[in-house]
Write a protein that binds this ligand. Structure first.
Ligand code: SAM
Length: 260
């Protein structure tokens, strides 16, 4: 599997742009509201968690600060692990650890280590997800929880023309997996008590709000100075496209839960 391609798709300046749009430490939409919704029925308090694809680590910082969760983050991008480790506040030093793979897709931890394995907005980048689900199962303790948020497609291996256009404009490779496709992968890994919650309308609204925020004159000026006019135009158009695609069921945003 070519993980270099995923690393190339998140250069530092693009990550800075995403953080500007999504908020501090975030590379996915919805901020703390989306995180709270994702973990609403999950007991995170002081639990040992693994964050797959932590990005700029906003989700991990929030869960550690709010629930005292002990979080290990795992990234394919070594630059992100360096950044995230640097930015841990003194108060959270004992709760957060950020690392990269040694031998992708093997998760570099022992069997039965974590109470919760979670991932927000990550697995859509991965073509072959089965090994990763098998690995997530292996490192979870018995009865441990899997918590996934991702962008899904209505049919396996098929995005709409609008989503294809978005991938071209943003130079992103997203793999189309349907809800049924996801359920099969999760079941095959051995998980039970699988449930899903469609959060597309909330995410459509988050993306609409980002497009609106970027259209604001003052914010547009700051964005254009910091990045470029072209990136501003592409971003406003991109977030509007994503919002519409989520409203029209071309992108389905799902929170998924399962138990080992
Ligand atoms: C859209 S960002 C989301 C980051 C973070 N979860 C958030 O919500 O802010 C996707 C991240 O997943 C990482 N990534 C993609 N595939 C991965 C994998 N198989 N394992 C770990 N990280 C991965 C990318 O490097 C990128 O940082």
């Amino acid at each position: 599997m070519n993980i270099d391609k995923i690393i190339q798709e998140y250069p530092e300046d693009y990550c800075a742009m995403l953080e500007f749009a999504y908020g501090k430490g975030m590379m996915s939409e919805g901020g703390t509201e989306a995180i709270e919704e994702m973990f609403k029925d999950v007991h995170v308090n002081q639990k040992k968690c693994l964050d797959i694809g932590f990005g700029l680590a906003g989700v991990a910082y929030y869960l550690a600060a709010t629930f005292g969760a002990d979080i290990t983050g795992l990234e394919i991008n070594p630059w992100m692990a360096i950044q995230a480790n640097k930015k841990i506040s003194a108060a959270l030093k004992n709760l957060l650890h950020f690392v990269t793979y040694e031998n992708f897709p093997k998760i570099p931890f022992n069997n039965n280590e974590f109470d919760i394995v979670y991932s927000k907005g990550v697995l859509v980048h991965l073509q072959d997800k089965q090994e990763t689900f098998n690995e997530m199962y292996r490192v979870l303790k018995p009865r441990g929880s899997l918590v996934i948020n991702d962008w899904l497609s209505p049919s396996n291996n098929l995005w709409s023309d609008g989503v294809k256009k978005l991938c071209e404009t943003e130079d992103l490779t997203l793999f189309a997996t349907s809800e049924q496709g996801y359920l099969t992968l999760i079941e095959r890994a051995g998980f039970q008590n699988i449930r899903t919650k469609n959060v597309s309308m909330q995410y459509s609204n988050y993306n609409f709000q980002i497009a609106e925020k970027l259209r604001d004159k003052k914010i547009a000026n700051v964005f254009q100075k910091k990045f470029s006019k072209k990136l501003w135009r592409d971003s406003v158009e991109g977030y509007q496209l994503i919002s519409d695609a989520m409203k029209n069921n071309e992108i389905i945003v799902m929170n998924m839960y399962a138990e080992k």
